[in-house]
Write a protein that binds this ligand. Structure first.
Ligand SMILES: *Cc1c(COP(=O)(O)O)cnc(C)c1O
Length: 401
């Protein structure tokens, strides 16, 4: 026996602070571990139907819902192939890595991609979006794609304003919204905001394992679907409507449905959806207070510089010039067993991300921030110490004993 063990990571539960996938509550883990049942069994159909109804309530829609075995990318693909024909133009509102990826997918599918460009730290200018729509006199744009919560930059996009911009110029395009990292953590209102296709996934605010995604679909989008000619089979909504479950082509991932039923129970019954939003907003603000404090000494800063658009589910932190965030992430992981999100595409090395969505409470967020502050110190990254105190002060202020 050697005197030192072989494990390179400290003991204790890992604090998982990536903005997706997220922590899975123990009761959801247990629910997912369900033995095989026939997915046509009436007992399972009951679970299935309850999940569909619950998910519609969380999406705030009374319209259609289609589900897929596949991560969020699958639902992105479903939204495009079911609604458009080769050569159709789509207008993508630039937000960051995820709007870029959705644009690449659309391009590869043979769509004409137009963009409203934006500074990733400020977010898209609604006036520019309105102008792009107004300039489209022959109505070539068939869809507007908007990422509700841009997970790479920590910025939310006010979808009600996007809808208002479309209505003001009377543009008939469909509104597609990616709600993958906002659903179940930031308010989303599909029907009220006139969203025609809402793209969601299982492993973020819904606190489930990766592997299930879905689209809420409006009546208007269903009408467009009838004429859409992009090739599709697994994702074909018409094919799904012919099934007893009115969704899913092929085998249904039943374990994820038992998990979804439990996560919906946690969200809607145990905590309450509006309470869930309030918790995310409180934890998000605590993280921002902490980062603002660190920035005092030429330290890391909030990447988002548009205070009206802070995301309550993820904060992107910009490193000071000359410091790479991978050293800080490495120390956080290897010394403290805290997993942080990396910078995506052009933010690689410059930005790390603190996820604060899903199954989290105050001590978990404070523990993560404390590990980050220690990692900044250990790596010689300038910062004003005491960010965690600023977060604690904010959290305690808003609370009665
Ligand atoms: C995570 C994420 C995606 C991609 O989803 P996957 O499940 O990783 O395929 C797309 N958009 C946003 C905003 C995301 O946060």
């Amino acid at each position: 026996m050697s005197a030192t063990g072989t494990s390179t990571r400290p003991r204790g539960r890992q604090f998982f602070a990536n903005p997706g996938p997220t922590n899975i509550p123990d009761s959801v883990l247990l629910a997912v571990a369900h033995s095989t049942v026939d997915f046509n069994d009436p007992a399972f159909m009951e679970v299935y139907d309850a999940c569909v109804e619950g998910l519609k309530r969380v999406l705030k829609t009374r319209q259609h819902l289609f589900m897929y075995t596949g991560s969020g990318h699958a639902a992105w693909e479903a939204s495009l192939v079911n609604l458009f024909s080769p050569g159709d133009a789509v207008l993508i509102l630039e937000t960051g890595h995820f709007s870029d990826s959705w644009a690449s997918m659309a391009r590869d599918m043979g769509l004409e991609v137009r963009q409203v460009p934006a500074d990733w730290r400020q977010g898209v200018d609604m006036e520019a979006a309105r102008a792009a729509l107004a300039a489209d006199k022959d109505r070539a744009i068939k869809g507007v794609c908007a990422v509700h919560n841009e997970t790479s930059t920590g910025m939310a996009l006010p979808l009600a304003e996007v809808r208002a911009a479309m209505d003001e110029v009377g543009h008939p395009a469909l509104l597609l919204a990616d709600t993958i990292s906002s659903l179940g953590s930031i308010d989303f209102r599909m029907d009220e905001w006139g969203v025609d296709a809402a793209v969601g996934g299982s492993q973020k605010g819904l606190m489930l394992p990766t592997g299930m995604s879905f689209t809420g679909v409006s009546e208007k989008a269903m009408a467009a679907h009838e004429k859409a000619r992009l090739p599709k089979f697994y994702f074909n909504w018409t094919r799904m409507l012919g099934r007893k479950q009115r969704s899913f082509v092929g085998t249904i991932p039943i374990g994820l449905f038992y998990g979804l039923r439990e996560s919906l129970r946690l969200i809607e019954e145990e905590e309450g959806l509006e309470q869930v939003f309030r918790r995310h907003s409180r934890l998000g603000e605590a993280v921002r207070r902490c980062v603002r404090h660190w920035s005092g000494n030429n330290g890391p800063q909030l990447f988002c510089t548009n205070p009206g658009r802070f995301s309550d589910s993820v904060t992107a932190v910009l490193m000071p010039e000359g410091h790479n965030c991978e050293a800080v992430r490495g120390t956080a992981l290897n010394r403290f067993n805290v997993s942080l999100g990396a910078g995506l595409s052009k933010l690689d090395g410059r930005v790390f991300r603190v996820g604060h969505l899903g199954d989290l409470n105050e001590p978990m967020v404070l523990g993560t921030l404390a590990a980050v502050e220690m990692s900044l110190k250990l790596n010689g990254v300038p910062h004003a110490p005491g960010g965690v105190d600023a977060a604690m002060a904010f959290l305690a202020d808003g609370m009665a004993a």
